[in-house]
Design a protein around this ligand. Structure first.
Ligand SMILES: Nc1ncnc2c1ncn2[C@@H]1O[C@H](COP(=O)(O)OP(=O)(O)OP(=O)(O)O)[C@@H](O)[C@H]1O
Ligand SMILES: O=P(O)(O)OC[C@H]1O[C@H](OP(=O)(O)OP(=O)(O)O)[C@H](O)[C@@H]1O
Ligand SMILES: [Mg+2]
Length: 285
């Protein structure tokens, strides 16, 4: 049975459960459940603190886990990212009162508050900067006002938390993060669970594709077909079927959802008609 670590709380837990549900896996019914078995899919899910997931996975007791890239790197655990999942996107940045610092070089001798000591210590070491790091569990934006630190290093998404605390980011982003599937480093190919892991990844990839693509259908004149196909190349190549009216064909191709409206405009301009898009519920590429 495949053993998978899933976040039990925080920003990652809801979207992770939604994605697993969309991929056809049974999920827990209430938030106090710490493990469930999905007998149909031969999978056991362990609901763990997001910060602990890389540690469990690196220990070899669990086959794979879902966590944040930033949490994986911060943990220093012997685990690697195998599939980015596109949710819980954030950047990890330094911030301070305006004018306190302009780049990593200004951090020398300063005190930096963060919940991600591993990332910050690594970044300072990479730049040869000597600074003190204070570990706080969360709400680190308040640490400056309360005199615990001069600088913070934290997750930034919309920037609202920083603005509310009167702080500004400085320097280059330390890293970009999103939810990721992880496994123990070097585990690929050597595990008994390998084919089940690959099947799990294919299911999640299917959800990602279903979320980012739509199916597009339209009719166009044969003379316009090459131009139309250039606009909708599909994944392999579009399906082209004859229409009852001679000189016309029906075309079907997957297109990126974000570009669907622009592509519909462009198809219309070259004479395509009856242009439809429909959602894709699931797919296996
Ligand atoms: N506002 C946010 N927007 C997007 N991703 C976020 C946000 N806050 C945290 N994350 C991401 O969520 C993961 C951290 O999850 P974790 O559950 O530890 O913290 P949290 O979401 O801040 O929850 P809490 O602090 O309430 O426990 C990290 O990968 C981080 O990048
Ligand atoms: O840029 P924003 O959209 O404001 O998002 C970033 C904030 O969200 C998270 O905090 P959370 O609410 O999880 O509280 P925490 O600091 O206690 O983790 C993160 O730690 C930042 O504080
Ligand atoms: Mg938080």
């Amino acid at each position: 049975m495949l053993r998978i670590a899933v976040p039990n709380k925080g920003s990652l837990s809801g979207p992770a459960a939604d994605m697993l549900h969309e991929a056809g896996y049974q999920q827990r019914r209430e938030s106090k459940e710490l493990r469930i078995v999905d007998p149909v899919n031969d999978v056991e899910f362990f609901y763990l603190r997001p910060r602990d997931i890389a540690i469990y996975v690196s220990s070899g007791q669990l086959d794979i886990g879902i966590t944040g890239r930033d949490l994986l790197i911060d943990s220093g655990a012997d685990a690697e990212e195998i599939l980015p999942l596109g949710f819980a996107r954030s950047t990890f940045r330094f911030a301070s009162k305006p004018g306190e610092a302009n780049g990593v070089e200004d951090l020398k001798g300063k005190t930096i508050a963060t919940s991600y000591e591993g990332i910050v210590a690594g970044h300072l070491a990479d730049h040869g900067i000597d600074a003190s790091v204070v570990h706080l569990d969360g709400a680190v934006e308040t640490a400056i006002e309360l005199g615990v630190a001069e600088v913070i290093a934290d997750v930034v998404e919309t920037g609202t938390s920083l603005r509310n605390a009167g702080l500004e980011v400085f320097g280059e982003p330390i890293m970009k993060s999103e939810a990721v599937v992880i496994r123990r480093t070097g585990a690929d190919g050597e595990e008994a669970a390998e084919s089940k892991v690959q099947q799990f990844l294919r299911r999640l990839q299917g959800v990602l594709v279903a979320r980012t693509y739509v199916m597009m259908d339209y009719d166009c004149r044969v003379e316009q077909l090459e131009k139309a196909v250039a606009l909708t190349p599909g994944l392999e190549s579009p399906t082209v079927s004859p229409l009852h009216n001679e000189g016309w064909v029906a075309v079907r191709a997957m297109v990126p959802a974000k570009e669907a409206q622009r592509i519909m405009d462009d198809l219309y301009d070259i004479g395509a008609r009856a242009i439809l898009t429909t959602a894709i519920h699931a797919c296996r590429l």
